[in-house]
Design a protein around this ligand. Structure first.
Ligand code: B12
Ligand SMILES: *[C@@H]1O[C@H](CO)[C@@H](O)[C@H](O)[C@H]1NC(C)=O
Ligand SMILES: *[C@@H]1O[C@H](CO)[C@@H](O)[C@H](O)[C@H]1NC(C)=O
Ligand SMILES: *[C@@H]1O[C@H](CO)[C@@H](O)[C@H](O)[C@H]1NC(C)=O
Ligand SMILES: *[C@@H]1O[C@H](CO)[C@@H](O)[C@H](O)[C@H]1NC(C)=O
Ligand SMILES: *[C@@H]1O[C@H](CO)[C@@H](O)[C@H](O)[C@H]1NC(C)=O
Ligand SMILES: *[C@@H]1O[C@H](CO)[C@@H](O)[C@H](O)[C@H]1NC(C)=O
Ligand SMILES: *[C@@H]1O[C@H](CO)[C@@H](O)[C@H](O)[C@H]1NC(C)=O
Ligand SMILES: *[C@@H]1O[C@H](CO)[C@@H](O)[C@H](O)[C@H]1NC(C)=O
Length: 420
């Protein structure tokens, strides 16, 4: 073979080995370190409905496949679209479309006109932004919408999208805090749009977002909090041209996340499903690149023994619990509560409620992250008014919900009606 032919061959091979876009990724080298997470998602029998698409995506992007599990979650998603796809929020529909695509079921997407349906739901989000200044749901879901529409060749206006995700306080902040999850989804969505429409590439906002995400990097490598780190990694994987190599140590972040697995940080199937793709070195932009050749596979995950909390004699700890309505500025009630060591926030709320029902009664709704607090002391939070009951400990917002956060002795706990 002549030299030019060799070069041609090498170029050809490189093209297929590194298709189109170079990515700076780092993935867990030991598959075994991910086994507890794979086991959490695969074994989550009847997960909360919104979790099945996330799990299917995580399974399809994983290096080791488990066809049986994929079929189970795929069937759940199919049932869901047959039953009630009109009532889904835009982001829920977007996740379903992404999951079906990852599972090579674009025929179902077409049969149910899911892309057209999403275009309509996305339009309603945009209309709401134009009239009320915020989406019907939130910008995280608007990010999912754009990502799904872009990956599936839906129609949208690129300049509208650039405007949607431009640098605006109310887009990316919840209560003064930059939402890394939301920023990361926006980077993924904008990257997809720029790749699909290279002639209309609009880069200014991506570089701003990447900077904001990196600003949230903690000394241990966590980005935002541990639950946003996976999505932040995905965003940084696809945007390496926007930051200097020395401004992010991918491996340090990876090791920190891996070290949190044995601590049970990702015990909730949704938490495991959200972090898995990044640990596999994958992003949601890879969803359309999953191989659709069927290869048999059944993961035999030896279930690690659940770490049973050593049952010591239950000593009690004491905390204070406060209910504040920071919007109408009319309640500020507190009490001190004694609960068994190891209790979660919700337990404290229950103890307070038992103490004084009028003052401390509360209601919840179940969600994939556990119980979501909907009202306290008879005051209802409302998505319509964009209010929520924020959870705090020692004046800092929690990174977990009431059913997950374990309280410590002396904690000053608070639920605060806030605006978002
Ligand atoms: C938007 C958002 C919110 C909005 C939700 C309202 C709305 N209508 O948009 C607001 C600002 C109110 C909110 C509140 C809280 N959130 Co929030 N939220 C998100 C975010 C960015 C997107 C959720 C979403 O739309 N998902 C996509 C759709 C398709 O799925 P969905 O099931 O329909 O989504 C619903 C639920 O996720 C629910 N929800 C949102 N947050 C939380 C938190 C908890 C604990 C529960 C039970 C439910 C819940 O609201 C969504 C919309 O209806 C996620 C980020 C992420 N990576 O998931 C964080 C996230 C889910 N939230 C989180 C947290 C910690 C909270 C708070 C506990 C914060 C606090 N200190 O008060 C509170 C909940 C307090 C309570 N009352 O129980 C964490 C959960 C981590 C964990 N291990 O539990 C996440 C992952 C962010 C993070 N990295 O820290 N959140
Ligand atoms: C989207 O369009 C591209 C280029 O035209 C094509 O290669 C790809 O297969 C399409 N994807 C889908 C899901 O239709
Ligand atoms: C870039 O984004 C802005 C909105 O943020 C938009 O007005 C402008 O038209 C976009 N440029 C291009 C080339 O699409
Ligand atoms: C986002 O994009 C718009 C339009 O290009 C621009 O006006 C704005 O300054 C950008 N934001 C940043 C931070 O670059
Ligand atoms: C799964 O692996 C465990 C040990 O790793 C083994 O004992 C068990 O027999 C295997 N099960 C199947 C179905 O292969
Ligand atoms: C609630 O009361 C406590 C003490 O009585 C006070 O320190 C705190 O600032 C009050 N909070 C609000 C939001 O008014
Ligand atoms: C510990 O707290 C529980 C509930 O909060 C209470 O029922 C129990 O009496 C307390 N035990 C002690 C020893 O204080
Ligand atoms: C409960 O709180 C209310 C004030 O909201 C008070 O009037 C009532 O006396 C309290 N009940 C008990 C049992 O402490
Ligand atoms: C929304 O806010 C308005 C005005 O403050 C209030 O009258 C209404 O009750 C609130 N709606 C809900 C569902 O809380």
């Amino acid at each position: 073979m002549r030299a030019s032919q060799w070069l041609y061959l090498v170029g050809f091979l490189l093209f297929f080995l590194f298709p189109a876009h170079l990515c700076e990724t780092c993935a867990a080298k030991q598959q075994a370190s991910l086994a507890p997470l794979m086991s959490t998602v695969i074994k989550s029998k009847q997960p909360f409905p919104t979790v099945a698409p996330r799990i299917l995506i995580a399974l399809r992007l994983a290096r080791q496949q488990d066809r049986d599990a994929e079929t189970t979650f795929l069937n759940e998603i199919k049932q869901r679209i047959q039953q009630r796809h009109e009532t889904l929020t835009s982001g829920q529909l977007a996740l379903i479309i992404l999951a079906l695509t990852a599972a090579c079921q674009t025929q179902i997407v077409a049969d149910y006109n899911l892309v057209e349906n999403l275009e309509q739901k996305f339009q309603k989000e945009v209309d709401n932004i134009d009239t009320h200044g915020h989406p019907l749901t939130n910008y995280y879901q608007v990010g999912l919408d754009v990502l799904a529409l872009c990956l599936l060749n839906g129609t949208y206006s690129t300049s509208k999208i650039a405007e949607l995700f431009s640098q605006k306080q109310r887009t990316y902040y919840f209560g003064g805090q930059f939402s890394v999850d939301t920023g990361a989804l926006a980077v993924l969505a904008l990257t997809c749009v720029n790749r699909r429409n290279p002639d209309k590439k609009n880069e200014s906002n991506i570089s701003w977002l990447v900077k904001k995400i990196l600003d949230e990097k903690k000394t241990d490598g966590t980005i935002g909090n541990i639950y946003s780190t996976g999505e932040a990694m995905q965003a940084l994987f696809v945007s390496s041209e926007y930051y200097r190599k020395d401004s992010w140590d991918c491996d340090q972040t990876l090791q920190t996340v891996l070290s949190q697995i044995p601590q049970g940080r990702f015990r909730l199937p949704i938490a495991a499903a959200q972090v898995l793709p990044a640990l596999e070195g994958k992003t949601y932009l890879d969803i359309t690149r999953v191989s659709c050749r069927s290869s048999p596979g059944h993961l035999n995950i030896s279930t690690p023994k659940p770490v049973k909390p050593t049952s010591q004699p239950k000593e009690n700890i004491s905390v204070t619990y406060r209910v504040v309505d920071s919007i109408n500025d009319n309640i500020n009630d507190s009490t001190s509560i004694s609960v068994p060591k190891g209790s979660v926030f919700l337990k404290v709320m229950e103890a307070a409620q038992a103490k004084n029902h009028t003052m401390f009664r509360f209601t919840t709704e179940s969600s994939e992250w556990g119980a979501y607090i909907t009202s306290v002391g008879g005051i209802q939070a409302s998505n319509k008014n964009r209010t929520y009951w924020q959870l705090l400990s020692n004046n800092r917002p929690l990174s977990q919900g009431a059913e997950s956060f374990v309280v410590s002795n002396g904690d000053k706990l608070e639920v605060r009606l806030s605006q978002y």
